[in-house]
Design a protein around this ligand. Structure first.
Ligand code: WQD
Length: 339
């Protein structure tokens, strides 16, 4: 299929692009490069065996987006584009609502005008909110504790309401748990814009000497070692989940399907620190610090729905996630080259 991948130069989008091409799909990337570098395109060409068509575009520009679709002949959309830093969203709520909702409304309007009916949407386990029991299941209620999370909750609602008005649509809402890791070649990986918020890129930057220590945000959680637990998922498994969702979309009865993409296995902060030290052979100094506002003790998936309905199950281990992250970081100590 000819597929538009919005945000395709980003972390999840780039890894999914490689797997889509390997699966025989034709990929077109649309990205504004506000949080990513154009140099990723050269890496994608290398991994895909040919250049990937890319349009630098502001997808909140409805006319430009409509024209992209009018000329694009797309058969499906994978929608990754959006801002995703929780802390930043608290400081800049208007930018987050305008950008994340604006992008999606613009892409959806262009899809409708062009008759594109297949959409895989990048959602997040953050929509389970801070009071969810574990393991999280797709039928649980959604809420958020920050503007970023609310944009995901709201985008899911927009998609559900649109599907009621346009039942020809087939939409997959994929709720990611904690994506980490990198392509085993070390050519592409996570290259956070500015100071990373997330644990794994921080560990990688400490190991490679970009930072000197990790602040442990709370050691008094009700967990075995007192540190919070998350469901870390290898980005290669996550990308495979997108291919699996695309493959079943056409045969789904329901207009909207929701799937958790997680391993179902909780890993604590201290366990990940130890695993990364092992994989990198480097010491990871830590300093105890207060809990981070909004953090929850436990977040991990019940992944059984995706296993049953998509035939998808995460295969890679925490050790794989750390080894692949380390290979990417040590080969690219400061991330992608500028331009
Ligand atoms: C993991 C654990 C921290 C940094 C976030 C978003 C979520 C999703 C994934 C987009 C927590 C601890 C972290 C540090 C630490 N993003 N930590 N010191 O918070 O589970 O999820 O990223 O969809 O929406 O909320 O991931 O990697 O930030 O934190 O102790 O310097 O590591 O407290 O327990 P999180 P994270």
């Amino acid at each position: 299929m000819r597929i538009l991948v919005t945000g395709g130069s980003g972390y999840i989008g780039s890894h999914t692009t490689v797997q889509l091409v390997a699966a025989g799909h034709e990929v077109v990337i649309a990205d504004d490069f506000s949080r990513s570098k154009r140099s990723v395109l050269g890496r994608l060409s290398e991994l895909c065996g040919a250049p990937v068509e890319c349009h630098a575009i502001d997808l909140t520009d409805r006319e430009a987006t409509r024209q992209l679709f009018e000329q694009g002949s797309f058969e499906a959309v994978m929608h990754f584009a959006g801002l995703k830093a929780v802390g930043e969203s608290v400081a800049m709520p208007l930018e987050y609502y305008a950008n994340n909702l604006g992008l999606t409304l613009s892409v959806l309007a262009a899809m409708r005008a062009a008759g594109v009916t297949r959409l895989v949407f990048s959602s997040s386990a953050t929509v389970y909110g801070e009071n969810a029991s574990v393991p999280m299941r797709e039928n649980m209620s959604t809420s958020a504790t920050n503007p970023y999370g609310w944009t995901k909750v709201m985008q899911e609602q927009v998609l559900r309401d649109l599907a009621l008005a346009a039942p020809d649509l087939r939409i997959a809402l994929l709720r990611y748990f904690n994506p980490v890791g990198a392509h085993p070649s070390g050519l592409i990986g996570e290259d956070p814009h500015g100071v990373p918020n997330n644990l794994m890129p921080l560990l990688a930057q400490i190991a490679v000497g970009q930072r000197d220590h990790l602040s442990l945000f709370g050691r008094d959680y009700p967990t075995p070692d007192g540190t919070a637990r998350r469901d870390y998922l290898h980005v290669e498994d996550l990308a495979a989940g997108h291919i699996a969702a695309l493959n079943v979309l056409g045969s789904r009865e329901e207009a909207v399907s929701v799937w958790n993409l997680g391993t179902g296995m909780p890993t604590s902060v201290l366990e990940l620190v130890a695993a990364f030290a092992e994989a990198s052979g480097r010491v990871i100094p830590t300093v105890d610090a207060p809990r981070r506002p909004g953090d929850i003790a436990d977040s991990y998936a019940d992944p059984s729905k995706a296993q049953t309905e998509l035939g998808w199950k995460a295969a890679r281990t925490i050790q794989d996630m750390c080894a692949d992250t380390w290979r990417w970081q040590s080969q690219n100590p400061t991330g992608y080259p500028d331009e």
